[in-house]
Design a protein around this ligand. Structure first.
Ligand code: C5P
Length: 252
């Protein structure tokens, strides 16, 4: 029932070309990074993380609208950092105030996406080295017919499930079927809107993965191969790794 309604909407949109908006969530405090300021403004190789992420989105060549969720008091500054030629047209760059959780930041940014956007990407600014080619591949997979697309990479560690206190192993999932999901994740806009509405109705507030919310609607989530460069900068070690890889010419 749900799927049929979305397919009809997509067929109509598809006849007139596809508009793509990218939500860039950049409102995290960066507490685990321990630098005393929002992570999005931390510089790697002399360029703030949020600027690097916006540059990669622009370089993908497939995104027409950028909606950035930024810390409220830094909206203007973040807007200036993301003001790239690719987004200098009317309504092409929107900055909204982020929420207390990532889920709330995505939800707020969704309201800033233009109604004519058929495809919406959700991307962590903290994954600022995600290659433009990966961004284009996610969009291509949605355009090819998927409702939801996630880039993912195989996990190298064996992962275990633990009990509530975390002191006893209760399961060891087969590693060959586990993946670490990355961003950007891509969605047909209405699917993402519905997933967030359903999450809010359930009382969820801190979902960290949009594809997980979409899956709870019963919608199939398509997996494509992710990129090593799309790692998330979370800890001081991640930042050191990013600086070292940049210095070695292994990141753009
Ligand atoms: O905290 P974590 O690194 O998992 O956050 C992932 C992304 O979500 C980051 O780019 C961060 O800026 C963003 N975020 C947000 N609003 C929040 C929390 C996180 O935009 N309240």
């Amino acid at each position: 029932m749900y799927a049929a309604a979305v397919i009809v909407a997509w067929a109509v949109a598809g006849s007139g070309g596809v508009t793509v908006a990218c939500i860039l969530v950049a409102a995290g405090t960066g507490e685990r990074l321990g630098v005393g300021r929002p992570k999005a403004l931390v510089e790697v190789g002399g360029t703030p993380i949020v600027r690097r992420a916006a540059e990669a989105v622009a370089a993908s060549g497939v995104v027409q609208h950028l909606v950035v969720a930024a810390p409220t008091w830094l909206g203007n500054h973040v807007g200036r950092l993301c003001a790239l030629p690719a987004f200098d047209g009317r309504d092409q760059l929107v900055v909204v105030s982020g929420g207390l959780t990532r889920q709330q930041s995505v939800e707020g940014a969704l309201t800033g996406t233009p109604a004519e956007a058929d495809v919406v990407l959700v991307h962590d600014a903290a994954r600022c080295f995600a290659p433009p080619a990966l961004i284009a591949q996610v969009v291509a997979a949605v355009r090819a017919g998927a409702y939801a697309v996630v880039p993912a990479v195989p996990v190298v560690d064996t992962l275990v499930e633990v009990d509530e206190p975390g002191s006893t192993v209760v399961g060891t999932p087969d590693r060959s079927r586990l993946r670490a999901v990355q961003t950007p994740q891509g969605f047909r806009r209405q699917v993402l809107v519905d997933a967030h509405l359903a999450a809010t109705r359930r009382g969820d507030q801190d979902a960290t993965d949009d594809a997980g919310l979409v899956r709870r609607l019963g919608v199939k989530v398509h997996v494509i191969h992710g990129a090593d460069e799309a790692f998330k900068i979370t800890t001081p070690q991640d930042l050191e790794r990013a600086e070292a890889l940049l210095a070695a010419g292994r990141l753009r």
